[in-house]
Design a protein around this ligand. Structure first.
Ligand code: PLP
Length: 428
Protein backbone atom coordinates (compact mmCIF):
# COMPACT_ATOMS: atom_id res chain seq x y z
CA UNK A 1 0.00 0.00 0.00
CA UNK A 2 1.42 3.36 -0.94
CA UNK A 3 1.15 6.24 1.50
CA UNK A 4 0.04 9.53 -0.04
CA UNK A 5 0.01 11.98 2.87
CA UNK A 6 1.63 14.87 1.03
CA UNK A 7 -0.76 14.45 -1.88
CA UNK A 8 -3.68 14.46 0.53
CA UNK A 9 -2.43 17.68 2.16
CA UNK A 10 -1.91 19.36 -1.21
CA UNK A 11 -5.35 18.32 -2.37
CA UNK A 12 -6.93 19.70 0.80
CA UNK A 13 -5.13 22.97 0.16
CA UNK A 14 -6.04 22.99 -3.53
CA UNK A 15 -9.74 22.54 -2.69
CA UNK A 16 -9.67 25.96 -1.01
CA UNK A 17 -8.52 27.71 -4.15
CA UNK A 18 -9.69 25.79 -7.21
CA UNK A 19 -13.16 24.31 -7.85
CA UNK A 20 -12.92 20.64 -6.88
CA UNK A 21 -9.19 21.09 -6.37
CA UNK A 22 -8.40 20.44 -10.04
CA UNK A 23 -8.12 22.21 -13.37
CA UNK A 24 -9.94 19.47 -15.31
CA UNK A 25 -12.71 17.44 -13.66
CA UNK A 26 -11.69 13.79 -14.16
CA UNK A 27 -8.42 14.47 -12.32
CA UNK A 28 -10.39 14.73 -9.07
CA UNK A 29 -10.90 10.91 -8.91
CA UNK A 30 -14.64 11.37 -8.39
CA UNK A 31 -15.43 8.33 -10.56
CA UNK A 32 -13.31 6.01 -8.41
CA UNK A 33 -13.41 7.70 -5.00
CA UNK A 34 -10.45 8.77 -2.92
CA UNK A 35 -8.19 11.69 -3.66
CA UNK A 36 -5.71 12.21 -6.50
CA UNK A 37 -1.98 11.89 -6.11
CA UNK A 38 0.09 14.96 -6.97
CA UNK A 39 2.80 14.55 -9.57
CA UNK A 40 6.36 15.50 -8.66
CA UNK A 41 7.98 14.43 -11.90
CA UNK A 42 7.58 12.01 -14.76
CA UNK A 43 10.09 10.23 -16.93
CA UNK A 44 9.71 7.49 -19.51
CA UNK A 45 6.88 5.13 -18.60
CA UNK A 46 6.72 6.32 -15.01
CA UNK A 47 5.26 9.14 -13.00
CA UNK A 48 6.38 9.91 -9.44
CA UNK A 49 4.26 11.57 -6.81
CA UNK A 50 5.14 14.03 -4.07
CA UNK A 51 5.26 11.22 -1.49
CA UNK A 52 7.98 9.42 -3.41
CA UNK A 53 5.76 6.71 -4.93
CA UNK A 54 6.45 5.72 -8.52
CA UNK A 55 3.80 4.36 -10.87
CA UNK A 56 3.82 2.71 -14.27
CA UNK A 57 1.69 5.24 -16.09
CA UNK A 58 -1.02 4.27 -18.60
CA UNK A 59 -2.61 7.71 -18.72
CA UNK A 60 0.32 9.42 -20.41
CA UNK A 61 -1.12 12.87 -19.69
CA UNK A 62 -4.32 11.64 -21.41
CA UNK A 63 -2.63 10.67 -24.64
CA UNK A 64 0.12 13.10 -25.63
CA UNK A 65 3.02 11.20 -24.01
CA UNK A 66 3.35 8.59 -26.76
CA UNK A 67 7.15 8.67 -26.42
CA UNK A 68 6.92 8.50 -22.64
CA UNK A 69 7.41 11.43 -20.29
CA UNK A 70 10.15 13.99 -20.76
CA UNK A 71 11.33 12.26 -23.94
CA UNK A 72 14.86 13.58 -24.60
CA UNK A 73 14.28 14.69 -28.24
CA UNK A 74 11.22 16.70 -27.17
CA UNK A 75 12.94 18.27 -24.17
CA UNK A 76 15.89 19.27 -26.36
CA UNK A 77 13.62 20.74 -29.01
CA UNK A 78 11.73 22.82 -26.45
CA UNK A 79 14.93 24.08 -24.82
CA UNK A 80 16.49 25.19 -28.05
CA UNK A 81 13.24 26.77 -29.28
CA UNK A 82 12.81 28.66 -26.00
CA UNK A 83 16.20 30.27 -26.43
CA UNK A 84 15.04 31.72 -29.75
CA UNK A 85 11.81 33.12 -28.30
CA UNK A 86 8.76 31.68 -26.54
CA UNK A 87 6.14 33.35 -28.72
CA UNK A 88 6.27 35.59 -31.78
CA UNK A 89 2.72 36.34 -32.85
CA UNK A 90 4.10 36.60 -36.38
CA UNK A 91 4.78 33.77 -38.81
CA UNK A 92 7.87 31.59 -38.30
CA UNK A 93 9.43 28.77 -40.26
CA UNK A 94 8.57 25.93 -37.84
CA UNK A 95 4.88 26.48 -38.59
CA UNK A 96 5.59 25.76 -42.25
CA UNK A 97 7.70 22.71 -41.42
CA UNK A 98 5.02 21.39 -39.11
CA UNK A 99 2.27 21.91 -41.69
CA UNK A 100 4.37 20.08 -44.29
CA UNK A 101 4.97 17.23 -41.86
CA UNK A 102 1.28 16.84 -41.01
CA UNK A 103 0.33 16.87 -44.70
CA UNK A 104 2.97 14.30 -45.54
CA UNK A 105 1.66 11.97 -42.83
CA UNK A 106 -2.07 12.48 -43.33
CA UNK A 107 -2.96 12.53 -47.04
CA UNK A 108 -6.51 13.91 -46.52
CA UNK A 109 -4.99 17.12 -45.15
CA UNK A 110 -4.30 19.61 -47.94
CA UNK A 111 -4.17 22.64 -45.67
CA UNK A 112 -3.93 22.86 -41.91
CA UNK A 113 -4.22 25.50 -39.23
CA UNK A 114 -2.74 25.25 -35.74
CA UNK A 115 -4.54 26.37 -32.61
CA UNK A 116 -4.09 25.72 -28.88
CA UNK A 117 -6.23 22.74 -27.86
CA UNK A 118 -8.37 19.93 -29.17
CA UNK A 119 -11.43 21.87 -28.04
CA UNK A 120 -10.44 24.80 -30.23
CA UNK A 121 -9.78 22.51 -33.17
CA UNK A 122 -13.21 20.84 -33.12
CA UNK A 123 -15.04 24.09 -32.35
CA UNK A 124 -13.33 25.79 -35.29
CA UNK A 125 -13.87 22.83 -37.64
CA UNK A 126 -17.59 22.92 -36.88
CA UNK A 127 -17.81 26.66 -37.56
CA UNK A 128 -15.88 26.17 -40.77
CA UNK A 129 -18.21 23.38 -41.91
CA UNK A 130 -21.20 25.60 -41.17
CA UNK A 131 -19.69 28.52 -43.03
CA UNK A 132 -18.79 26.33 -45.98
CA UNK A 133 -22.18 24.61 -46.30
CA UNK A 134 -24.40 27.49 -45.18
CA UNK A 135 -26.18 25.01 -42.87
CA UNK A 136 -26.49 25.03 -39.05
CA UNK A 137 -27.26 21.51 -37.90
CA UNK A 138 -24.58 18.95 -37.01
CA UNK A 139 -24.53 15.30 -36.00
CA UNK A 140 -22.45 13.86 -33.18
CA UNK A 141 -22.47 10.48 -31.50
CA UNK A 142 -23.39 9.46 -27.99
CA UNK A 143 -20.21 8.80 -26.01
CA UNK A 144 -17.90 10.67 -28.38
CA UNK A 145 -16.16 13.63 -26.77
CA UNK A 146 -14.96 16.59 -28.76
CA UNK A 147 -13.91 19.04 -26.09
CA UNK A 148 -16.09 21.42 -24.13
CA UNK A 149 -17.52 23.92 -26.61
CA UNK A 150 -21.29 24.59 -26.34
CA UNK A 151 -22.51 22.80 -29.44
CA UNK A 152 -20.55 19.65 -28.66
CA UNK A 153 -21.54 19.28 -25.00
CA UNK A 154 -24.84 17.81 -26.03
CA UNK A 155 -26.52 14.51 -25.21
CA UNK A 156 -29.27 12.61 -26.96
CA UNK A 157 -32.84 13.76 -26.56
CA UNK A 158 -35.57 11.13 -26.30
CA UNK A 159 -35.74 9.21 -29.58
CA UNK A 160 -33.17 9.16 -32.34
CA UNK A 161 -34.72 11.94 -34.39
CA UNK A 162 -35.26 14.46 -31.64
CA UNK A 163 -32.77 17.25 -31.20
CA UNK A 164 -30.05 17.25 -28.60
CA UNK A 165 -30.22 18.38 -24.98
CA UNK A 166 -27.49 20.32 -23.16
CA UNK A 167 -25.01 17.97 -21.44
CA UNK A 168 -23.84 20.75 -19.15
CA UNK A 169 -25.51 23.59 -17.32
CA UNK A 170 -24.82 26.81 -19.17
CA UNK A 171 -25.22 25.37 -22.66
CA UNK A 172 -28.23 27.14 -24.21
CA UNK A 173 -31.00 24.77 -25.33
CA UNK A 174 -31.12 26.70 -28.61
CA UNK A 175 -27.48 25.76 -29.26
CA UNK A 176 -27.97 22.12 -28.23
CA UNK A 177 -30.91 21.85 -30.60
CA UNK A 178 -28.60 22.36 -33.55
CA UNK A 179 -26.84 19.11 -32.62
CA UNK A 180 -28.41 15.75 -33.45
CA UNK A 181 -27.00 13.01 -31.20
CA UNK A 182 -27.01 9.44 -32.51
CA UNK A 183 -25.93 6.08 -31.09
CA UNK A 184 -22.60 4.91 -32.53
CA UNK A 185 -22.55 1.81 -34.77
CA UNK A 186 -26.25 2.17 -35.62
CA UNK A 187 -26.52 2.37 -39.43
CA UNK A 188 -30.33 2.63 -39.37
CA UNK A 189 -30.34 5.71 -37.14
CA UNK A 190 -27.81 7.33 -39.44
CA UNK A 191 -29.78 6.53 -42.62
CA UNK A 192 -32.98 7.83 -41.06
CA UNK A 193 -31.51 11.21 -40.10
CA UNK A 194 -29.97 11.70 -43.53
CA UNK A 195 -33.20 10.70 -45.23
CA UNK A 196 -35.22 13.21 -43.21
CA UNK A 197 -32.85 16.12 -42.80
CA UNK A 198 -29.72 15.36 -44.82
CA UNK A 199 -29.87 18.67 -46.69
CA UNK A 200 -29.77 20.56 -43.37
CA UNK A 201 -26.74 18.81 -41.92
CA UNK A 202 -23.56 20.90 -42.11
CA UNK A 203 -21.27 18.32 -40.57
CA UNK A 204 -20.92 14.95 -38.94
CA UNK A 205 -18.20 14.87 -36.31
CA UNK A 206 -16.95 11.66 -34.77
CA UNK A 207 -14.06 9.82 -33.21
CA UNK A 208 -13.45 7.06 -35.75
CA UNK A 209 -12.49 4.92 -32.75
CA UNK A 210 -14.52 6.31 -29.85
CA UNK A 211 -12.18 6.47 -26.88
CA UNK A 212 -13.87 8.83 -24.47
CA UNK A 213 -16.38 6.33 -23.08
CA UNK A 214 -13.77 3.62 -22.64
CA UNK A 215 -12.91 2.23 -26.07
CA UNK A 216 -14.95 0.63 -28.83
CA UNK A 217 -14.41 0.11 -32.52
CA UNK A 218 -16.50 0.92 -35.57
CA UNK A 219 -18.28 -2.13 -36.97
CA UNK A 220 -17.32 -3.20 -40.50
CA UNK A 221 -19.03 -0.99 -43.07
CA UNK A 222 -20.12 1.69 -40.63
CA UNK A 223 -17.49 4.29 -41.52
CA UNK A 224 -18.00 3.57 -45.23
CA UNK A 225 -21.72 4.23 -44.83
CA UNK A 226 -20.97 7.47 -43.03
CA UNK A 227 -18.66 8.56 -45.84
CA UNK A 228 -21.26 7.66 -48.46
CA UNK A 229 -24.15 9.48 -46.77
CA UNK A 230 -22.16 12.63 -46.04
CA UNK A 231 -20.82 12.75 -49.61
CA UNK A 232 -24.31 12.25 -51.07
CA UNK A 233 -25.75 15.08 -48.98
CA UNK A 234 -22.94 17.62 -49.25
CA UNK A 235 -22.24 17.24 -45.53
CA UNK A 236 -18.72 17.84 -44.22
CA UNK A 237 -17.29 14.73 -42.56
CA UNK A 238 -15.06 15.71 -39.63
CA UNK A 239 -12.76 13.06 -38.16
CA UNK A 240 -11.86 14.04 -34.62
CA UNK A 241 -8.41 12.48 -34.36
CA UNK A 242 -7.34 14.48 -31.33
CA UNK A 243 -6.70 11.19 -29.55
CA UNK A 244 -6.08 8.76 -32.40
CA UNK A 245 -4.03 11.05 -34.64
CA UNK A 246 -0.39 9.85 -34.90
CA UNK A 247 -1.17 7.21 -32.25
CA UNK A 248 -2.89 4.50 -34.28
CA UNK A 249 -0.42 4.94 -37.11
CA UNK A 250 1.23 7.70 -39.13
CA UNK A 251 -2.14 8.66 -40.63
CA UNK A 252 -4.14 7.99 -37.50
CA UNK A 253 -7.42 6.07 -37.46
CA UNK A 254 -8.33 7.33 -40.94
CA UNK A 255 -5.20 5.69 -42.31
CA UNK A 256 -5.99 2.42 -40.56
CA UNK A 257 -9.61 2.31 -41.69
CA UNK A 258 -9.01 3.73 -45.16
CA UNK A 259 -11.41 6.63 -44.65
CA UNK A 260 -10.94 10.03 -46.28
CA UNK A 261 -12.65 12.69 -44.17
CA UNK A 262 -13.19 16.26 -45.39
CA UNK A 263 -11.69 17.75 -42.25
CA UNK A 264 -9.64 16.29 -39.41
CA UNK A 265 -8.91 17.59 -35.92
CA UNK A 266 -5.70 16.95 -34.03
CA UNK A 267 -4.28 17.71 -30.60
CA UNK A 268 -2.46 15.82 -27.85
CA UNK A 269 0.43 14.03 -29.62
CA UNK A 270 0.81 16.79 -32.20
CA UNK A 271 1.97 19.12 -29.42
CA UNK A 272 4.49 16.72 -27.88
CA UNK A 273 3.00 17.48 -24.45
CA UNK A 274 2.59 21.21 -24.95
CA UNK A 275 -0.82 22.84 -25.47
CA UNK A 276 -1.73 22.57 -29.13
CA UNK A 277 -4.49 21.68 -31.54
CA UNK A 278 -4.84 21.61 -35.30
CA UNK A 279 -7.53 21.21 -37.90
CA UNK A 280 -7.10 20.64 -41.57
CA UNK A 281 -8.39 18.92 -44.67
CA UNK A 282 -9.74 19.81 -48.09
CA UNK A 283 -8.17 23.02 -49.37
CA UNK A 284 -11.49 24.31 -50.79
CA UNK A 285 -13.01 24.09 -47.30
CA UNK A 286 -9.95 25.36 -45.42
CA UNK A 287 -9.79 28.40 -47.70
CA UNK A 288 -13.10 29.53 -46.21
CA UNK A 289 -11.08 30.57 -43.16
CA UNK A 290 -10.09 34.19 -42.56
CA UNK A 291 -8.13 35.95 -43.97
CA UNK A 292 -9.03 34.22 -47.26
CA UNK A 293 -12.64 33.48 -46.47
CA UNK A 294 -15.57 34.58 -44.32
CA UNK A 295 -15.15 32.16 -41.38
CA UNK A 296 -13.33 33.81 -38.48
CA UNK A 297 -10.82 31.94 -36.33
CA UNK A 298 -7.72 33.27 -34.56
CA UNK A 299 -5.34 32.83 -31.63
CA UNK A 300 -2.68 34.92 -29.88
CA UNK A 301 -0.52 31.86 -29.21
CA UNK A 302 -1.54 29.78 -32.24
CA UNK A 303 1.44 28.16 -33.96
CA UNK A 304 3.46 28.77 -30.83
CA UNK A 305 7.15 28.07 -31.50
CA UNK A 306 7.62 25.82 -28.44
CA UNK A 307 4.55 23.77 -29.31
CA UNK A 308 5.60 23.50 -32.96
CA UNK A 309 9.10 22.42 -31.98
CA UNK A 310 7.84 19.85 -29.48
CA UNK A 311 5.25 18.46 -31.89
CA UNK A 312 7.74 18.22 -34.71
CA UNK A 313 10.22 16.41 -32.50
CA UNK A 314 7.49 13.97 -31.46
CA UNK A 315 6.44 13.21 -35.03
CA UNK A 316 10.03 12.84 -36.19
CA UNK A 317 10.84 10.45 -33.35
CA UNK A 318 7.73 8.36 -34.06
CA UNK A 319 8.52 8.11 -37.76
CA UNK A 320 12.22 7.40 -37.41
CA UNK A 321 11.87 4.59 -34.86
CA UNK A 322 8.99 2.61 -36.37
CA UNK A 323 7.19 3.37 -33.15
CA UNK A 324 3.82 2.05 -34.24
CA UNK A 325 4.82 -1.58 -34.68
CA UNK A 326 6.54 -1.51 -31.31
CA UNK A 327 3.38 -0.04 -29.73
CA UNK A 328 1.29 -2.74 -31.39
CA UNK A 329 3.53 -5.44 -29.92
CA UNK A 330 3.36 -3.98 -26.42
CA UNK A 331 -0.41 -3.61 -26.75
CA UNK A 332 -0.67 -7.26 -27.76
CA UNK A 333 1.37 -8.34 -24.76
CA UNK A 334 -0.84 -6.36 -22.39
CA UNK A 335 -4.01 -7.70 -23.96
CA UNK A 336 -2.87 -11.32 -23.80
CA UNK A 337 -1.75 -11.00 -20.20
CA UNK A 338 -4.83 -9.16 -18.94
CA UNK A 339 -7.26 -11.46 -20.70
CA UNK A 340 -5.46 -14.49 -19.26
CA UNK A 341 -5.45 -13.32 -15.63
CA UNK A 342 -9.09 -12.16 -15.79
CA UNK A 343 -10.07 -15.53 -17.22
CA UNK A 344 -8.10 -17.44 -14.60
CA UNK A 345 -9.81 -15.42 -11.86
CA UNK A 346 -13.20 -15.84 -13.60
CA UNK A 347 -13.76 -12.10 -13.74
CA UNK A 348 -15.85 -11.08 -16.76
CA UNK A 349 -13.90 -8.43 -18.67
CA UNK A 350 -14.22 -7.12 -22.21
CA UNK A 351 -10.65 -6.14 -22.95
CA UNK A 352 -10.85 -3.78 -25.92
CA UNK A 353 -7.72 -2.71 -27.73
CA UNK A 354 -6.47 -1.11 -30.88
CA UNK A 355 -2.72 -0.52 -31.14
CA UNK A 356 -1.55 1.24 -27.99
CA UNK A 357 -5.04 2.21 -26.77
CA UNK A 358 -7.05 -0.07 -24.49
CA UNK A 359 -9.91 -0.36 -22.04
CA UNK A 360 -11.10 -3.22 -19.87
CA UNK A 361 -14.84 -3.10 -19.25
CA UNK A 362 -16.08 -5.17 -16.33
CA UNK A 363 -18.96 -6.83 -18.17
CA UNK A 364 -19.59 -10.05 -20.07
CA UNK A 365 -21.45 -8.21 -22.86
CA UNK A 366 -19.73 -6.99 -26.01
CA UNK A 367 -19.31 -3.19 -26.16
CA UNK A 368 -20.08 -1.34 -29.40
CA UNK A 369 -21.49 1.95 -28.16
CA UNK A 370 -22.18 4.04 -25.06
CA UNK A 371 -25.27 2.08 -24.04
CA UNK A 372 -23.22 -1.14 -24.04
CA UNK A 373 -20.42 0.56 -22.11
CA UNK A 374 -22.92 1.55 -19.43
CA UNK A 375 -23.44 -2.16 -18.64
CA UNK A 376 -19.99 -2.32 -17.11
CA UNK A 377 -19.64 -2.68 -13.35
CA UNK A 378 -18.21 0.67 -12.33
CA UNK A 379 -17.97 -0.17 -8.63
CA UNK A 380 -15.77 -3.10 -9.61
CA UNK A 381 -13.68 -0.82 -11.80
CA UNK A 382 -13.17 1.58 -8.89
CA UNK A 383 -11.86 -1.28 -6.71
CA UNK A 384 -9.64 -2.44 -9.53
CA UNK A 385 -8.29 1.06 -10.08
CA UNK A 386 -7.30 1.50 -6.43
CA UNK A 387 -5.90 -2.03 -6.24
CA UNK A 388 -3.67 -1.28 -9.22
CA UNK A 389 -2.63 2.14 -7.89
CA UNK A 390 -1.62 0.57 -4.58
CA UNK A 391 0.51 -1.87 -6.58
CA UNK A 392 2.24 0.92 -8.51
CA UNK A 393 0.16 0.99 -11.69
CA UNK A 394 -1.66 4.17 -12.65
CA UNK A 395 -4.71 3.66 -14.88
CA UNK A 396 -7.13 6.43 -15.80
CA UNK A 397 -9.40 7.09 -12.81
CA UNK A 398 -12.61 6.21 -14.66
CA UNK A 399 -14.10 3.19 -16.40
CA UNK A 400 -14.87 5.51 -19.31
CA UNK A 401 -11.34 6.50 -20.27
CA UNK A 402 -8.92 4.71 -22.56
CA UNK A 403 -5.46 3.64 -21.42
CA UNK A 404 -2.34 4.49 -23.40
CA UNK A 405 0.95 2.69 -23.89
CA UNK A 406 4.05 4.67 -24.84
CA UNK A 407 7.23 3.67 -26.63
CA UNK A 408 8.98 4.10 -23.26
CA UNK A 409 7.02 1.18 -21.80
CA UNK A 410 8.95 -2.07 -21.72
CA UNK A 411 7.85 -5.69 -21.77
CA UNK A 412 8.90 -5.74 -18.12
CA UNK A 413 6.44 -2.89 -17.41
CA UNK A 414 3.70 -4.85 -19.14
CA UNK A 415 4.55 -7.99 -17.23
CA UNK A 416 4.56 -6.10 -13.90
CA UNK A 417 1.15 -4.65 -14.82
CA UNK A 418 -0.32 -8.06 -15.57
CA UNK A 419 1.08 -9.45 -12.29
CA UNK A 420 -0.47 -6.49 -10.43
CA UNK A 421 -3.86 -7.24 -11.97
CA UNK A 422 -3.48 -10.91 -11.05
CA UNK A 423 -2.75 -9.89 -7.47
CA UNK A 424 -5.76 -7.53 -7.34
CA UNK A 425 -8.07 -10.26 -8.62
CA UNK A 426 -6.62 -12.75 -6.14
CA UNK A 427 -7.39 -10.34 -3.29
CA UNK A 428 -11.14 -10.21 -4.15
C1 PLP B 1 -9.03 15.26 -25.61
C2 PLP B 1 -9.97 15.31 -26.75
C3 PLP B 1 -10.51 16.52 -27.21
C4 PLP B 1 -10.28 17.83 -26.49
O1 PLP B 1 -8.96 18.22 -26.51
P1 PLP B 1 -8.44 19.29 -25.41
O2 PLP B 1 -7.04 19.57 -25.81
O3 PLP B 1 -8.59 18.63 -24.09
O4 PLP B 1 -9.32 20.48 -25.53
C5 PLP B 1 -11.29 16.51 -28.34
N1 PLP B 1 -11.55 15.37 -28.98
C6 PLP B 1 -11.08 14.17 -28.57
C7 PLP B 1 -11.37 12.95 -29.34
C8 PLP B 1 -10.29 14.11 -27.43
O5 PLP B 1 -9.85 12.92 -27.01
Amino acid sequence: MSVRLRSEALFAESLKHTPGGVNSPVRAFRAVGGTPFFAASASGSRVSDVDGNSYIDYVGTWGPAILGHAAPPIVRAIQSAAERGTSFGIPHSQEVTMAQRVKSLVPSVEKVRFCNSGTEATMSAIRLARGFTGRDRIIKFDGCYHGHSDGLLVKAGSGALTLGNPDSAGVPAAVAQQTVVLPFNDPEALREVFQNQGRDIAAVILELVPANAGLYLPQPGYLELLRQLTRDHGTVLIADEVMTGFRLGPAGAQGGFGLTPDLSCFGKIIGGGLPVGAFGGRADIMDYLAPLGPVYQAGTLSGNPLAMAAGLAALEALQSTDAWSRLENLGGELEQGMVAVAKAAQIPVQFQRIGSMFCGYFTNQPVWNLADAMHSDRARFARFFHGMLDRGVYLAPSQFEAGFISTAHTSADIEATVRAAESVFASW
